[in-house]
Design a protein around this ligand. Structure first.
Ligand code: CU
Ligand code: ZN
Length: 237
């Protein structure tokens, strides 16, 4: 409206006499001033619109990476005879990051340990990965929770409680099994600790005495090994 009035004034001035030159210039300056004001308002309006409707693209990676890369870890060790360090077997392990299942395979040459046919033997993870002084230097069952000895399927157990393994009719051991409590990584990690194969059967904490609640009365430590990382190239389950 102001612009219209100004234009009307300008027209009137142009059609009037030469002596109104000064008011004409004043009106032109006023017009220029109005135009500058309008330009400033347009700038402010554009800025406001940008704030209400940002021009940046919204994040496009929302919801992606739900299936993070699955990693698979392997471990292995060679079981050595407690009395002389002779290799008598091996333990192989595999664990996949998207499960809580630790896969184990234990193979023992029964003749080297004179295992009886179909005999049962306690098999545990002991605390220390030190077999420099035979298997006697591996400490007790790995037990970070400070609870009693039990079976692998008990709600509460030593992390190291893997129960019993059984020899076949020839006295050899070749068993594959899973455990869902012990792990290669995290707070229940057995890495760097020791497997111990015992001469007797583990009573899984049901023997009714202190030895049962501590270690299952599984008898002498026949063979052991220190758990270390492996490539998995010779993994067989
Ligand atoms: Cu043991
Ligand atoms: Zn135990």
């Amino acid at each position: 409206m102001q612009l219209l009035l100004a234009l009307l004034s300008l027209t009137a001035l142009i059609t009037s006499s030469y002596c109104v030159r000064i008011p004409l210039f004043a009106t032109l300056r006023h017009l220029q001033h109005e135009i500058d004001n309008l330009k400033a308002e347009v700038v402010v309006l554009r800025q406001t619109q940008d704030q209400c409707h940002p021009t940046e693209a919204p994040p496009t990676d929302v919801g992606k990476n739900k299936d993070a890369a699955v990693t698979v870890n392997f471990a292995s060790c060679r079981l050595t005879k407690s009395e002389n360090g002779e290799v008598v077997g091996r333990v192989d392990l595999r664990e996949q990051s998207d499960t809580n299942v630790l896969q184990l395979r234990l193979q023992v040459d029964g003749a080297k340990l004179t295992l009886a046919a179909n005999s049962k033997h306690g098999f545990h993870v002991h605390t220390y990965g030190n077999i420099s002084g035979s298997c006697s230097t591996t400490g007790g069952h790995y037990n970070p929770d400070g609870v009693d000895h039990a079976s692998p399927t008990s709600a509460q157990r030593h992390v190291g409680d893997l129960g019993n393994v059984q020899a076949d009719a020839s006295g050899n051991i070749d068993v594959s099994f899973n455990d869902t409590y012990a792990s290669l990584t995290g707070t229940k990690a057995i890495m760097g600790r020791a497997f111990v194969l015992h001469g007797g059967e583990d009573d899984i904490g049901l023997g009714g005495n202190a030895g049962s609640l501590a270690s299952g009365n599984a008898g002498p430590r026949l063979a052991c090994c220190v758990i270390g990382w492996a490539t998995g190239t010779d993994w067989v389950y």
